[in-house]
Design a protein around this ligand. Structure first.
Ligand SMILES: *Cc1c(COP(=O)(O)O)cnc(C)c1O
Length: 327
């Protein structure tokens, strides 16, 4: 009988090391306030705006931190990633900055804007058929054949440590928080944020937020074992993962207060608030955290509440259709 060794979990020291590596490469994104939100809640809200991060989402942090740790041999051969979303662009941009080749495995029917953005950052795109091919198998085969290093979007210690730098910057800028709300797909951002919160603001609560249709993380959190679901139908395309990663789940179980869910209608309301009141474009997944705070407003009175806005990459036609209620 073989007993699988549990993977090493990243620590807060790894988040601090990631912050040093990202210095001069990632933006220290702004923390925005809204008098309207504060009045609505009777609380102080601090929005960490990763929609203003390079390539438009926090994913640059984890990708750059992981790639910056490659050995010379790994750099020469390059990186491979599979993603239809922000991780693709994050890895392509980080590789370009670090001067290494990047191969990105993307679905044939990925939005042309995302394909173009990935190629624009110098990524070599390999297309696959979403309905016929196994993208992980394609990624693994490319990795083996060409000696490439595969960087997954969330189930990786260096990726998690990098994602944790957003919450670290937030707390170091505004001081300790009573609660922090974080969007969840595979759990990389939440796990990294929880490491930062436990070290810098240990009394504060940490909530992960998922779309209602894809509450695998909530089920896992409550049952104590990873739960796998079918690809959920939701407008939050960055959270259409089928299960939490193994490493994120171990940290989430230990350090997170609870997992919450919100509906697509609540996400649209959040996007509208950001557009009308704060004059910014946030993608549907990026509104998860704020949507959850609004649903538990009464519990947050007089508290200092952090909200991570995870990204702003949304096609303008889709954005307009969503905020005008045309879908
Ligand atoms: C990837 C992504 C998420 C989810 O992050 P995980 O680390 O997979 O939980 C949330 N929002 C945006 C904009 C993303 O790109």
């Amino acid at each position: 009988m073989t007993i699988a060794t549990p993977p090493a979990l990243p620590t807060f020291d790894d988040v601090l090391a990631a912050e040093r590596r990202l210095d001069g490469h990632a933006h220290c994104t702004p923390v925005l306030r809204s008098r309207t939100a504060d009045a609505e809640f009777g609380a102080e809200l601090f929005f960490k705006c990763e929609n203003f991060q390079r390539m438009g989402a926090f994913k640059f942090r984890g990708a750059f931190n992981a790639l910056a740790r490659f050995s010379d041999a790994q750099r020469r051969a390059g990186v491979v990633a599979f993603s239809s979303g922000n991780h693709a662009q994050a890895v392509a941009l980080a590789a370009q900055i670090l001067g290494m080749p990047a191969t990105i495995v993307m679905p044939q029917d990925a939005p042309t804007a995302k394909l173009a953005a990935t190629r624009g950052y110098g990524g070599q795109v390999v297309l696959y058929d979403r309905y016929r091919d196994d993208r992980e198998a394609i990624g693994r085969e490319l990795a083996e054949r060409h000696g490439l290093t595969l960087i997954p979007p969330y189930d990786h210690a260096d990726v998690i440590a990098g994602q944790g730098t957003a919450a670290l910057e937030l707390i170091d800028e505004v001081g300790p928080l009573d609660a922090l709300f974080v969007c969840v797909g595979g759990g990389g951002l939440l796990a990294g944020s929880a490491l930062a919160m436990r070290a810098r603001s240990p009394q504060g609560k940490v909530y992960g937020v998922e779309p209602e249709a894809g509450n695998d993380g909530q089920q896992a959190f409550r049952s104590g074992a990873i739960v796998r679901i079918d690809t959920p139908k939701t407008i939050a395309d960055g959270a259409q993962t089928q299960q939490l990663g193994v490493i994120p789940f171990a940290i989430i179980r230990r350090d997170v207060t609870d997992m919450l869910t919100v509906s697509d209608a609540q996400l649209v309301d959040a996007m509208r608030f950001f557009a009308e009141r704060m004059k910014m474009v946030v993608e549907p997944t990026g509104g998860l955290g704020f949507a959850a705070t609004r649903a538990m407003k009464a519990d947050l009175r007089r508290q200092r509440v952090g909200v991570i806005i995870s990204g702003g990459n949304v096609d303008m036609a889709r954005f307009c259709a969503l905020v005008t209620g045309d879908v």
